[in-house]
Every structure is written in structure tokens, then in C-alpha cells.
Design a protein around this ligand. Structure first.
Ligand SMILES: NC(=O)c1ccc[n+]([C@@H]2O[C@H](COP(=O)([O-])OP(=O)(O)OC[C@H]3O[C@@H](n4cnc5c(N)ncnc54)[C@H](O)[C@@H]3O)[C@@H](O)[C@H]2O)c1
Length: 390
């Protein structure tokens, strides 16, 4: 019997809890045997770490992040706010442990590039959590496009619309500070939309225009120990220093053109990441609100009188599905829970086989360079090539 992989998580907030969920459920994989020992959750907020450890069945909780890095766990997830990535990730990489970092890795192209260089010098597995890639519907769409199902792609539209910041009484967490987060909607949720465009249609090489706006310009200071997007009541307010909305026009390496729309104040749309892609022989689309399906239109596939976009329900024929779905039949639906389970399974498989993970520090740097180009384009009003900010 193989030894279980011993797991620690640094950061018990929203993302840390999603990783704990993923490790807890990883062993449901049927395509390969994954054995996990849920060891420690570390967070300076010890009460939170303890409650997350108890909820997901981890053996212990500690406040001291460095003690976890020095312990005998095999893998560490780092799910800390962006401003701590460049401080903590180098220590985890130096420890030789396998690391699964939450996106975006750092706040700027420079930080991401430095972290990538460290990761590439390490012999450990260094993955990054672009969780949306693990949704069977989006993964199946990307595979169909790569297979030529819609011909040569000329236009792509990506979006991430969320409403977590729509309430002005929402606390001024690290997310609303350009200094601490590195970007508002542009980076917090834009990381996923930009990565989804890369995944489906190829690398973005130029940001021809970027419009960034902040509509809720101040918020109440957060209460002690606040995590996630919670409301706050303090009298004292502080300034929001990054974007609520970001609209980008982009050009891809292939010559295709695209638009990416990002908003954290999209009232009525709590959480929608989507991609719509048009090619010489058809089109395809995906929206995480209906994550268990995607749509495909093929110009030549049928009699014109009956042709139209097909709604394809994900099932065992599609990526990740069999390893994460609670029942093995098409149409039972997959969503966030399955995506976090699938990404942890992919990470653990890479650890087990000693192979590079498909979403790694290079993937994250590529995404971050687009964010850097967008910030520069919005500042200068000019078109910016992505390589020029790398
Ligand atoms: N893949 C996804 O879908 C997804 C979703 C949410 C967040 N994320 C990423 O995960 C990371 C964490 O985001 P989150 O939403 O979990 O944040 P959060 O604010 O909910 O939690 C952050 C955690 O870090 C801890 N922490 C440790 N040191 C801290 C310090 N000095 N200051 C503040 N907090 C400190 C806090 O106690 C808290 O438990 C970010 O990089 C974010 O981009 C990814």
C-alpha cells in the first residue's frame, strides 16, 4: 500500500476552505488511487483555523505558518491574500515541499515572474489553482475548440461578472486595496477570465484598450478576523483603491481578437464566468452559472433547417467528470464543488507521478502579464503588448 500524501493548508479563509474541501474529497477519484492524510490548517486566526480543521477532518490547527512549513507534511496549499504570496511562497518552495498556490501568485508581473523563477528551479511540484479549468463543461469546450470543432477561432469574449462588492457596506478587505491585492475585478476575478481565454483560444499578446472604473469609492473598515466578502459596521471608512469594473480589448497570438468584461458589482449576477468563441466553422459557449453544460454550433453539421447550437450536458465522456461526480451519469450536474475536487486531484496526481502540473507558476505569470498590460493601457490610453510588461 502506498503512503498517503500528508497535507497542510496555509490560510483558512474562503479559498483555504475550498482547498480543504478538495483534499477531503480527492480520494473519490476512480481513475487513479489517491490517498490523503488531512494534517494541519495554519492561520494566524487560530479560532478560524480550528473550526475549518474540525469541519473538514484535519488533525490539527496552528497559528504559526512557519511551523507548518517546517513540519513533515508532503504538500502545502497556500491560500493567503495576494500581498502575502511573495513573502510566503518562497519559504514553502525553499522547504522542498510540493506547493499548490492560489491564483494569482503575487500582485504584479515582477512578483509573479520572480516566483515563477523560484518554482522552476525547484524539483517539487508547483501548481496554481485556476479552478475554472476543471469544470467539465469548460474543459470539454476547450478540447472541442482544440480539436477544430469550430474551425479557426477569430473572435472570443470572456467575462467574469460577480456581485460580491455590490453592497457598499461590504468591508474594506485587502481585496479593495491596489497595494495589497494588485488589482480589483481586473485581477481578483479577471485572473480566471483571462486564464479561461488563454485556455480556450490561446495566449493574449496585446491589450489594445482597458477601461477601469471604481464606482464604490469608500467602504467601512473590516472588523477583526473578517474573511471573504462579509459586511462590516464600523463608523470609520477608508478608500477603495482598485477597480470595480474592468473592460479589456485584446489581441491573441493567433491574430484572433477578443473582449473581456469583469465586474464585482454586477447586481443580480452573483457568480458567472463565461467564454464565447467564434470560429470559421462554428461557435461554442460556456457560462459557469449553468456549469454542467456547454453549447456548440457547427456550421456544416446538419441540414440548415434543423441546425442550431447544441446544448451538451456534461457526463462521463468529458474531462474530470467521472472522478468527481456523485453519480456516474450525464446530466447530474457539476459545479464549484467538483472543480475544487478535480483541481486538487490533478495536483495530487502530479505529486504522485512527479510530473509538472498543467496549471503552474508559468500559467499564472502569463495571466499576470496581461493584467500588467491592462493596467498600463488604462493609465496611458495606449495599446500595450503583453511581452513589454513581462
Ligand atoms: N480559485 C478561486 O476561485 C479563489 C476564490 C477565492 C480566493 N482565491 C484566492 O485565494 C487567496 C485568498 O483569498 P480568500 O478569498 O481566501 O481570502 P480571505 O480574506 O477569505 O482569507 C484570507 C485568510 O488569510 C489569513 N491571513 C493570514 N495572514 C494574514 C494577514 N497578514 N492579513 C490578512 N489575512 C491573513 C486570514 O486570517 C484569512 O483566513 C487569494 O489569493 C485569492 O485570489 C481564489
Amino acid at each position: 500500500m502506498t503512503k498517503p500524501i500528508k497535507v497542510g493548508i496555509i490560510g483558512a479563509g474562503m479559498a483555504g476552505q475550498a482547498h480543504a474541501f478538495g483534499y477531503r474529497n480527492a480520494m473519490m477519484a476512480v481513475s487513479s488511487r489517491l490517498e490523503v492524510e488531512l494534517d494541519t490548517i495554519a492561520d494566524p486566526n487560530l479560532l478560524l483555523a480550528e473550526s475549518v480543521a474540525a469541519r473538514y477532518g484535519f488533525s490539527s490547527a496552528i497559528a504559526d505558518v512557519d511551523a507548518l512549513i517546517a513540519s513533515d507534511v508532503d504538500v502545502i496549499s497556500v491560500t493567503l491574500p495576494n500581498f502575502l504570496h511573495a513573502e510566503v511562497l518562497p519559504k514553502v518552495i525553499a522547504s522542498g515541499k510540493h506547493v499548490f498556490a492560489e491564483k494569482p501568485i503575487g500582485r504584479t508581473p515582477a512578483e509573479a515572474g520572480q516566483l515563477q523563477a523560484l518554482a522552476e528551479r525547484s524539483s517539487a511540484v508547483t501548481g496554481v489553482g485556476f479552478s475554472f479549468r476543471r469544470l467539465p463543461g469548460l474543459a470539454a469546450l476547450a478540447a472541442a475548440v482544440a480539436d477544430g470543432a469550430i474551425g479557426t477561432v477569430h473572435t472570443v469574449r470572456g467575462w467574469y461578472h460577480a456581485d460580491y462588492a455590490v453592497d457598499p457596506s461590504g468591508a474594506l478587505s485587502w481585496r479593495y486595496s491596489q497595494e495589497q491585492a494588485g488589482g480589483g475585478a481586473l485581477l481578483d476575478i479577471g485572473a480566471h477570465a483571462i486564464d479561461a481565454v488563454h485556455f480556450v483560444a490561446g495566449r493574449i499578446t496585446e491589450v489594445t484598450n482597458a477601461t477601469l472604473r471604481t464606482f464604490i469609492t469608500e467602504r467601512p473598515l473590516p472588523g477583526r478576523g473578517a474573511i471573504g466578502h462579509g459586511a462590516s459596521a464600523p463608523e470609520e471608512h477608508g478608500p477603495v483603491t482598485n477597480d470595480d469594473v474592468a473592460l479589456l480589448s485584446v489581441v491573441l497570438e493567433s491574430g484572433a481578437v477578443g473582449q473581456i468584461s469583469l465586474s464585482r458589482i454586477a447586481a443580480g449576477t452573483p457568480n458567472s464566468l463565461g467564454v464565447e468563441v467564434y470560429g470559421s466553422e462554428g461557435s461554442a459557449s460556456f457560462d459557469s452559472i449553468s456549469a454542467g453544460e456547454f453549447h456548440l454550433f457547427q456550421t456544416a453539421s446538419a441540414d440548415a433547417a434543423y441546425n442550431g447550437p447544441r446544448r451538451i450536458f456534461t457526463g462521463p465522456a468529458h474531462p474530470y467528470f467521472t472522478d468527481v461526480a456523485a453519480m456516474p451519469g450525464a446530466g447530474v450536474g457539476t459545479g464549484y464543488a467538483e472543480a475544487f475536487t478535480a483541481e486538487i486531484q490533478e495536483f495530487l496526481r502530479s505529486v504522485g507521478t512527479g510530473t509538472t502540473m498543467d496549471t503552474n507558476f508559468a500559467t499564472a505569470t502569463e495571466m499576470m502579464n496581461v493584467v500588467g498590460a491592462a493596467l498600463e493601457s488604462s493609465r496611458t490610453g495606449r495599446s500595450v503588448t503583453v511581452d513589454s510588461v513581462a
